[in-house]
Design a protein around this ligand. Structure first.
Ligand code: MEV
Length: 404
């Protein structure tokens, strides 16, 4: 992770017990938030109607979700505050709890590949697909030039077309698809690669014949991946039975798609909550995650856990098309505040934190399921929350009556 002021720690015991205004004060004290973001959050963090109207069509209001901070995350040796926007109770608490267990053994470690998006150009009725494939491959440098000429800004920032693939999908109907692999820098990159697909299509068409079909990104960006790993000790987990239980739960997901999809839903609880808070295209992330999970022919877990001598070792591998520029990252005030708090400097860092959030959510779910079951934990959390709210209400009454 990027360097942050030394005062920033993601370990803030008792944060959940504080009144919202105190939690916000603690966030302000980190010094990470701009004055504008402080003002925005102090007013409740709502999107204004005119911004909403610019973001979408037929707008009649704004739709709110709680914006929370998942705590205790340590990623690549730095503490990081993890903004989450989610309607499901317990996601934030569960991820924070798991992150606390993971940080006892150093935290999460991850890397992201170069930000290479995939875009597709479809051709139908190609008379000789095998020959066309060879012709397109022989023209790759010229195709890259045309692609790069369509995205000069991205090329100036160091991005551009990097590779090409030709796939014959159906010999009989002459269905051929050309993949272009484009470095999109810190953008999510959908618009960039759509522009590339449209720009190169006529030139490729002149080589293949047939008819031009779709020209659009693939939401399975196999070359834009994030890998995260962590170790958790038996002590942190609460005993060897829980460690064994997590590994058995992982094996269950590896053996059974019915379980794997629920396992992955738990991973996506964390990934999506961060995606939403950070203004990312979570539909694209979701689509890519599940397609990736089923690539081998059977649906597989995105995170697997193995027993080690001292506890468990987890590994996550998934596609992650996210950006720190473009999209709603500029227009949405709350998203800008979330970026300030997280402090990531590029799309790769964001992808790693999101992967860590997914792993933490998965670990928390498996630990609960391997132990007392998910409901007991939910109920405990619910009563803890009720207690906090009741205390806040009593405190407010006291203040109203002139007490302290
Ligand atoms: C609930 O939102 C997520 C879980 O079902 C995930 C899992 O079963 O691993 C608890």
């Amino acid at each position: 992770m990027s360097k942050k002021p030394p005062a920033v720690t993601s370990r803030i015991p008792g944060f959940y017990r504080e009144h919202i205004s105190n939690r916000l004060r603690v966030m302000i004290e980190t010094g990470l938030l701009s004055e504008e973001s402080v003002g925005h959050l102090k007013e409740g963090g709502q999107l204004t109607l005119d911004v909403a109207d610019r973001m979408s069509e037929n707008v009649i209001g704004v739709h709110g979700l709680p914006l929370s901070i998942a705590l205790n995350f340590r990623v690549n040796n730095s503490d990081v505050l993890v903004p989450m926007a989610v309607e499901e109770p317990s996601v934030v608490a569960a991820a924070s709890n798991a992150a606390r267990q993971v940080r006892m053994t150093g935290g999460f470690f991850g890397e992201a590949t170069a930000p290479i998006m995939t875009t597709q150009v479809q051709f139908d009725d190609v008379p000789d697909p095998g020959r066309a494939k060879g012709l397109v491959e022989a023209e790759r440098e010229r195709i890259f030039q045309i692609a790069d000429a369509a995205i000069p800004g991205m090329v100036r920032r160091g991005g551009g077309c990097r590779d090409l693939d030709v796939r014959v999908l159906d010999e009989d109907h002459g269905v051929l698809v050309v993949h272009l692999y484009v470095d999109v820098g810190d953008a999510m990159g959908a618009n960039v690669v759509d522009a590339v697909a449209e720009a190169v299509a006529p030139h490729i068409h002149a080589l293949t014949g047939g008819t031009v079909g779709l020209r659009i990104l693939s939401n399975l960006p196999l070359r834009r991946r994030v890998f995260v790993r962590c170790d958790v000790s038996v002590d942190a987990l609460g005993g060897p039975e829980l460690a064994d239980g997590i590994v058995k739960a992982s094996r269950f997901a590896e053996l059974d798609p019915f379980r794997a999809v629920t396992h992955n839903k738990g991973v996506m609880n964390g990934v999506d909550a961060v995606a939403l808070a950070m203004g990312q295209d979570w539909r694209s992330i979701e689509a890519g995650a599940h397609a990736f999970a089923s690539l081998s022919g059977s649906y597989r877990p995105l995170v697997v856990w193995r027993r080690t001598e001292s506890g468990v070792h987890g590994e996550l591998d998934m596609p992650m098309a996210v950006g720190t520029v473009g999209g709603s990252t500029r227009v949405h005030r709350g998203v800008r505040a979330a970026f300030e708090l997280m402090g990531v400097k590029n799309a790769g860092e964001l992808a790693i934190v999101m992967g860590a959030a997914g792993m933490a959510s998965n670990l928390a779910a498996l630990r609960a399921l391997a132990g007392e079951g998910i409901q007991r934990g939910h109920m405990r959390l619910h009563s803890r929350k009720e207690e906090v709210l009741e205390n806040a209400r009593l405190h407010a009454q006291k203040v109203e009556r002139g007490g302290t």
